[in-house]
Design a protein around this ligand. Structure first.
Ligand SMILES: [Zn+2]
Length: 470
């Protein structure tokens, strides 16, 4: 499919300022008048506020749209990164599940299918992706810099992820005084993004917050800035826009939506429809051993995803194929034509560092067998694997097993010696480095940092691969 999908999505979150409900209704009206659907990522507390404020009119309109989830309390402290920091992988995932699942369940009771999840502001947690799988929420939809792949949708931790779209994320700055110029600038950006995807197809992301159409300041900056956490009795509404300014902003938005609807190369889709335009995680069947060996050979020193005849494979998937090939060879005495791959998570803690080395094919096959046993039991890659007296880093395991598989393909026996140079996981470059910009979101306390969350994210670069259009 070579058409370009444009998804409009909204973070529906201001549960404090009642007038933001009217802005939400106005935006919904714009979609419904045009027979279009967007994706509305709703905060649990916002849903409860709509019910308390008896906004059945808004809930009815939302029923006709695509609904996502945007955490239970968003910016109220502790925000996600605050409560997950320092917990490590498993406890962090449990805490995310415990705190965020109730809001999801409320939305499911009201709306049924929940198409996606996205983080509040900079409140990143890599564990969220794994929990989405447990929840049956099929997509991570947001915009940020923590992870990305080629400015198009990708698979990360086996979750379809639309994130870090960069120039394929388009917005009209509705707050500018010169509304006509704001819309014209967005037209140029939208057309440039669509042109860049012409022929191959792809995705353009457009997002807003309904509160941008009702208040001059974000509700969470007013109430929860820099770690402040007042009780609900002290929450304050945000300053309201003048009615004519609110109207003008809605007009700019409607102009942008019309522009996308009228563009001949574009389909305006919601998140559920977007997901349907991509193949499942795949690969669609066993991967040829020959392809695995060739792909590893092309990588040089940098481990990355590979494309096979049955679809893209992440480094983690590729590793399971290579290990599985060696295991089959050790069991049966001959290599299979093709192997099934599985999709484990990357390691969940930092382990050994890659060093390269040498060993016998038989030792590599033994390491493959113990790594596979671990993968099958735990669902994630080991941080280190024993091979004889050595402790192999995941990168060494990848390099050694690929070298052994190639040697076996060439007729080597288990006594044959292989050597392998240290490799690095090149896809780690797709994970943001820690720095002052990473934790600058307004609700974070001054000086807040959660470096461990970026380290855990880096380990999951093993699971990265592009999403492929149908
Ligand atoms: Zn938000």
């Amino acid at each position: 499919m070579s058409r370009v999908s444009v998804c409009f999505w909204f973070d529906v979150e201001d549960y404090i300022t009642p007038e933001s409900d009217d802005a939400l209704k106005s935006l919904l009206d714009i979609f419904i008048q045009r027979g279009a659907t967007g994706t509305w990522k709703i905060v649990g507390e916002k849903y409860r506020a709509l019910r308390r404020r008896e906004r059945g009119d808004v809930l009815d309109l939302l029923q006709r749209q695509d609904i996502g989830y945007h955490t239970d309390n968003h910016s109220r402290h502790p925000v996600i990164s605050e409560y997950v920091a320092g917990l490590g992988w498993k406890a962090g995932a449990e805490e995310f599940d415990r705190r965020e699942r109730p809001g999801l369940e409320e939305l499911r009771r009201e709306f049924g299918h929940i198409s996606c999840y996205g983080q509040p502001g900079g409140a990143w947690s890599p564990q969220a992706f794994d929990v989405l799988t447990r929840w049956g929420v099929p997509m991570y939809l947001d915009e940020g810099h923590h992870v990305g792949l080629e400015q198009q949708p990708f698979w990360f931790q086996n979750t379809f992820t639309a994130f870090n779209l960069q120039q394929n994320c388009v917005r009209a700055d509705v707050s500018l005084a010169d509304k006509a110029s704001a819309l014209e600038a967005a037209r140029a950006d939208l057309y440039a993004a669509v042109e860049g995807l012409e022929g191959k197809g792809g995705f353009v992301s457009i997002y807003y917050h309904p509160c941008e159409f009702s208040t001059s300041k974000f509700w969470d900056g007013v109430n929860f800035a820099r770690g402040k956490n007042p009780p609900p009795s002290e929450w304050r509404s945000s300053p309201l826009l003048a009615p004519e300014e609110a109207r003008a902003r809605l007009d700019v938005f409607a102009g942008l939506l019309d522009m996308a609807l009228e563009h001949p190369g574009v389909d305006v889709v919601d998140a559920t429809e977007l997901l349907g335009r991509y193949k499942g995680i795949g690969p669609q069947g066993p991967v040829a051993v020959r392809e695995l060996i060739e792909a590893a050979g092309r990588m040089g020193g940098g481990i990355t995803y590979a494309r096979s005849a049955v679809g893209a494979v992440s480094p983690a998937e590729m590793l399971t194929g290579v290990l599985g090939g060696l295991e089959r060879w050790a069991d049966a005495g001959s290599l299979p034509e093709a192997v099934e791959v599985s999709a484990p998570l990357g390691p969940i803690e930092t382990g050994a560092q890659p060093r390269g080395g040498s060993m016998s094919v038989g030792e590599a096959a033994g390491a493959a067998r113990s790594a596979l046993a671990y993968l099958r039991a735990e669902g994630h890659m080991p941080a280190a694997v024993k091979a004889g007296s050595a402790s192999l880093a995941p990168e060494d395991l990848f390099a050694a097993s690929a070298a052994a598989l190639k040697a076996v393909q060439g007729g080597a026996g288990s006594e044959a010696s292989i050597s392998f140079a240290p490799m690095r996981l090149a896809l780690e470059d797709n994970i943001a480095k820690d720095g002052p910009g990473m934790w600058g979101w307004v609700p974070f306390p001054e000086g807040f940092s959660a470096r461990d969350l970026l380290e855990l994210t880096r380990l999951q670069a093993w699971t990265l691969k592009p999403a492929e259009l149908q």
